[in-house]
Design a protein around this ligand. Structure first.
Ligand code: SF4
Length: 248
């Protein structure tokens, strides 16, 4: 790069970081369906206790690309729908939970009775999905919760699917779709688990933990290590002053 090119690259990076940080700050303040499928109770407790995230997980570029691809796919499916009513995109949903009150479902297919979620995946994640033949529990729970929200709106739902779009390829040869029958019990159990963890937080605060900070309260919850992409992961923080060190 030339000297001027280097300068411009630096400015564009700064512009992007400022923009993506602003977007993060205006993000939702309640829990969303994408957060509640984690196997780690402590992570749910930290979200409920509003512990500030400390693990940015890269510079947000991948999630920005994902957001842009989502917008493009929404246009594509609206165009495919041509006002016939087969596809509904970006559907706002509500759930019977004050802790997880709402979400937005990427796509409903009223011909296949299917709720779809777009995942824009890098090579590693896509290979992992293909090799295992199933998504993470986080993604699976998210999908069934969307299915439940759609059902509450009166839609007939029989299947849920993840459509994994390759982020790093120049074609769609590696597009991967995972499907399973819709099971509302997955959603109900996930929502009930959040309620149980919230009640547990209440109990712990009521038994003398009120002088402790939210991090100390959440530290009393069991973990199931799922740390790499956890927003609270602070591996060097032995005494959990800033975030979670991933240990009991
Ligand atoms: S860092 Fe790991 S152990 Fe700690 S809350 Fe996150 S997922 Fe759970």
């Amino acid at each position: 790069m030339s000297g001027l090119g280097e300068q411009l690259a630096g400015r564009f990076r700064e512009m992007f970081y400022a923009y993506s940080n602003r977007m993060e700050r205006s993000a939702q303040t309640t829990l969303g369906p994408s957060e509640i499928g984690t196997p780690c109770d402590r992570r749910v407790a930290m979200s409920l206790l509003r512990v500030p995230p400390v693990n940015p997980g890269g510079d947000n570029w991948a999630s920005f690309v994902g957001t842009c691809v989502h917008a493009g796919l929404a246009e594509m499916f609206m165009s495919a729908d041509a006002n016939q009513g087969r596809f509904a995109v970006e559907v706002p949903l509500t759930f019977p939970s004050t802790l997880v009150p709402k979400g937005t479902s990427d796509l409903l297919d009223r011909t296949l009775f299917m709720v779809d979620d777009h995942k824009v995946m890098g090579r590693w994640s896509l290979d992992s999905l293909r090799t295992k033949g199933k998504p993470s529990e986080v993604y699976r729970v998210q999908l069934h919760v969307y299915g439940y929200g759609q059902q509450l709106k009166g839609e007939r739902i029989e299947y849920v699917a993840i459509i994994a779009w390759p982020r790093e390829n120049s074609n769609l040869d590696d597009l991967y779709v995972w499907v399973e029958p819709y099971d509302p019990s997955v959603a109900l159990e996930a929502l009930a688990r959040v309620e149980r963890i919230a009640a547990s937080i209440h109990d712990r605060i009521g038994t003398g933990l009120e002088e402790r900070n939210p991090l100390q309260v959440s530290a009393t919850f069991p973990i199931r290590n799922d740390c790499r992409f956890c927003p609270f992961y602070a591996p060097g923080d032995k005494t959990m002053e800033r975030g979670c060190n991933g240990k009991n």
